[in-house]
Write a protein that binds this ligand. Sequence first.
Ligand SMILES: *Cc1c(COP(=O)(O)O)cnc(C)c1O
Length: 369
Amino acid sequence: MTVPFIDLKTQYKVLKTSIDTRIQAVLEHGAYINGPEVVELEKVLADFVGVKHCLTIANGTDALFVPLMAMGIGDGDEVITTAFSFIATAEVIMLAGAKPVYVDIDPRTYNIDATKIEAAITPKTKAIMPVSLYGQIPDMDAINAIAKKHNLKVIEDAAQSFGAQYKGKRSCSMTDAAGTSFFPAKPLGCYGDGGAIFTNDSNLYKVMKEIREHGSEVRYYHTRLGLNARLDTIQCAVLLAKMERYNWELEQRERVAARYTDAFVKINAPGFSVTTLESHNHSAWAQYTLAVSNRADFQKKLQEAGVPTSIHYPRIMPDQPFYQKTADPNVDLSKSRWAADHVISIPLYPDMDEATQDKVIAAVTAASK
Ligand SMILES: *Cc1c(COP(=O)(O)O)cnc(C)c1O
């Protein structure tokens, strides 16, 4: 039997009563846009993260784009980010009209190498957008210190890290703004597209809320350029139900990841490595990612053993056809390119039983030989 890459059906079965009840309530009260569940969820999420404001939003991409818009970052500006991420990170910088400036990664964690950020700063730099890739937060103290020194904004791309911690602080709580995604396959997912923005800055929050509503505070009176970027009430109802056991899910993800790591650190094959989890971090384990020397062969062996895999991501952002024009050929992105050629993610989800974990462990161990 093939192992699922993620299992959302079991999660639904467990939470069915709560999810169904909450969806039914929305169907009956009829406030499908800006209903009471939207505000209720924003309060739950803000409290969970430990920030003043949460703004639910249509998707994770808008959760990054709206803060850029609200901060007035655009034409002629530069935003520093990692070279190795899902394309949405560079996409929102381009959509804003700014230029993405790519920095190489630390190949142990796959996150932006904070020691290389300062060299990328120019008089045009307005912000840093670090990505908490695979669920692990990068060196936020170092990033915030650089931002403070150079008067830059920091926006965390927390699409993969909702619930993660860095030195006891939650992802989405340490930067001027942070955006997460509730795409179904993310650690906290709804049943469609969704996202949320977090900030402690009340003025920024107000501006972002207006942008979410076509640039208006009062209906049919538009004071700024905006979007239609609201999150549906039904999706908020689903997320309220899913938050009921989210702490358990995060613990369960950590438990599975720890079992994997315990088994995989014993594998002594050339080119094989696990992702380093910094001791001050709790990852949300959006992905459990390995590096292997012969990826095509490794992937085929796992597939034959009934273990699906996925590659996040096979090409760095500045090497994507549309984005090549944004790349500076003089910047060394060799670690990012190495990662794009060698990473592979294996199944991990909260409802994974130990027998399934053991099957994955056995398949990985055999395939790495
Ligand atoms: C998923 C993801 C996004 C975009 O989120 P969507 O909800 O799909 O728009 C942005 N950045 C990263 C790193 C992601 O993984």
